[in-house]
Design a protein around this ligand. Structure first.
Ligand code: SAM
Length: 272
């Protein structure tokens, strides 16, 4: 049998399908999620149900979002899960998570072994709903987890670290080797927990401004911010805001980026 056929389903590359089959890893992920019966749990990309089954066992009801029509149809006829599952056959990027939380009457617990080709935009989509989300557990490329959790002064620290840490407290949970999946991906994977901050530690008035500053700084990460942000701040303005102009993008903390963003929002016309 082809390596790409798992439980009679031919894995579709375009949907980022790599199915978990390692029971130790599956148990570890379910323990980390620790779903409780009265919680509103949503899985993105249930696939053939490797995580869905053990999680649904602990719940009365569960929502799953699956883009692949064939897999959604399989779940709809699943012998012991069909009663419990609300199946949304849709692209998770277009799902209104606030509406799901409103329907459930409580913030959501979201998890998934995400399709790696869309994991970063999907996380950004979810960050726009952090008020509706209690926590998230995701399987991602290990390299993406490293970037999510990285602090200043490290190579992995970048725009994704700043934007994700703006919204969430982020904890790496578990590393997962390629052999735990069928077909095996070419990269190492890891599970991460993201817990939206109840109160944002450094609220910014305009997120677009934070996104703009971080992408501009990190797109020229070898340059000092005096140069990479020269069209936005004078060296004196940077100093007044507590940012040494000779630093590079990777030396600046989330708090400092947020301070720069708020200043720029308040002083839109005084750009350097
Ligand atoms: N949860 C299963 C497991 O762990 O074995 C499958 C994980 S597989 C890496 C990713 C799953 O996400 C697939 O079932 C795929 O069809 C689904 N998927 C891909 N793109 C999606 C999207 N945009 N929205 C929702 N599901 C998607």
């Amino acid at each position: 049998m082809s390596n790409n056929v798992h439980q009679g389903h031919l894995a579709r590359k375009r949907f980022g399908q790599n199915f978990l089959h390692d029971s130790y890893i599956i148990d570890s992920i379910v323990s980390a999620i620790h779903p409780l019966p009265d919680q509103a749990v949503v899985e993105i990309g249930p696939g053939l149900g490797a995580l869905t089954e053990p999680v649904a066992e602990r719940l009365e009801h569960m929502t799953v979002i699956e883009l692949d029509r064939d897999l959604a149809a399989r779940l709809a006829t699943h012998p012991f899960m069909q009663q419990k599952l609300e199946i949304i056959q849709q692209d998770a990027m277009t799902v209104d998570f606030a509406a799901l939380a409103a329907k459930a009457g409580q913030p959501l617990r979201v998890f998934g072994n995400l399709p790696y080709n869309i994991s970063t935009p999907l996380m950004f989509h979810l960050f726009s709903y952090t008020e509706a989300i209690r926590d998230m557990h995701f399987m991602l490329q290990k390299e993406v987890v490293n970037r999510l959790v990285a602090g200043p002064n490290s190579k992995a620290y970048g725009r994704l670290s700043v934007m994700a840490q703006y919204y969430c407290h982020i904890i790496p949970v578990l590393e997962v080797p390629p052999e735990s999946f069928r077909p095996a991906p070419k990269v190492d994977s890891a599970v991460v927990r993201l817990v939206p901050h109840a109160t944002l530690p450094y609220p910014v008035r305009d997120l677009q401004v934070l996104a703009r500053i971080t992408s501009q700084a990190f797109n020229q990460r070898r340059k000092t911010v005096r140069n990479s942000l020269a069209n936005l701040f004078t060296p004196e303005q940077l100093k007044d805001l507590g940012v040494d102009p000779v630093l590079r993008a990777e030396n600046i903390s989330v708090e400092q980026y947020c301070r720069l963003a708020n200043w720029l929002t308040e002083n839109p016309t005084s750009q350097a």
